[in-house]
Design a protein around this ligand. Sequence first.
Ligand SMILES: [Zn+2]
Length: 357
Amino acid sequence: MLIRKLFPLLQCPTCRSRDLFVEAAGLHCAGCHTVYPIHAGYIDLMPSGAAYDYVSKYVTDEAELAEELDYRELAPALLAAGVRDRTLRRLLAFQSTDVVLDNGCGSAKHAVWNADQVGLMVGSDPATLFADQALTQVALAQADSRSLPFADGSFDKAFAIDILEHFPREVIDTYLAESARILRPGGRMLAFSNTRELSPIQPLINISRRIGRLFVRAGVYDFSREARRKSDHIKALETWEDVLAAFERAGLRPVKVIFWNSLFTTFVEHIVMKLGEAALGRRSQPVTQAKSAEATPQPAGVAREIRARRRVRRQLRPGSPVYLALKAITLMMELDLWLFGWMRCGSYFILVEKPRV
Ligand SMILES: [Zn+2]
């Protein structure tokens, strides 16, 4: 069982004891006598008795979001997720011996996509919306990033994709301090997030947005699914200075930064993909949805996009024409990083290191 590989890394998230042992009911802490249940594919390592002010939308609305996020079956790493993944891999330069934490993994798609590159891939998230593949390929922990269930210095590398923009400032500080704690000296972390800063080429980027709005007005497509997904972005780190200061407070030293001025990306996301989605998502047969009677009604755009994604996913075997077309579009989006990555803007990849002394 893959989660057994977690045992040597663990410490009790409630009392920080490392004296944990397996018993019938789960993992027992000899320090505080909390029992952490072991489920199929993951361990529940949520701290016992902790009451936090901030709880992620993904935890509170887990059931409601499950259908909409469409998380159980993973697509290949393509489009914006593909660009994030390629950059993650390039900057963290995974080694076959690395012990790596996807801290706030969600479905754990990035963990799955990179699990075969490293010695042990661990995913941690307070919500358990894990993809089916993650349950078998990633060592998963249900955990709170403010009190990680891992011993000091257990990881060579960690990453935080689309995490920091969801947290208030004090949670960011605890999250980064905990990330620094579980990294070994010389260990590295990659974060992808965004501030409120605009790109110097924003007027150019906005041309695609304006054309996209014309299609919305004409009823060709809408952005309701995207709007819901982004609805809990706080962006407490408002400027790039805020970002650098937050990492400095955690004692993490910047190694490399790439900004994502989304000129090609916005063109693809607001026009090319939405037109494709509108074409593919048209309802061609009656929907056979067993749970539709009890499911909450979704905006037409959400249902349309989910239909399009399911339809495309069936044709997404690597090497298929649809796959190759989307791969080409992914590389086109990545041009934004190669051409404009030096130009400060809101979206950023930052690679940081925990100093060796
Ligand atoms: Zn304990």
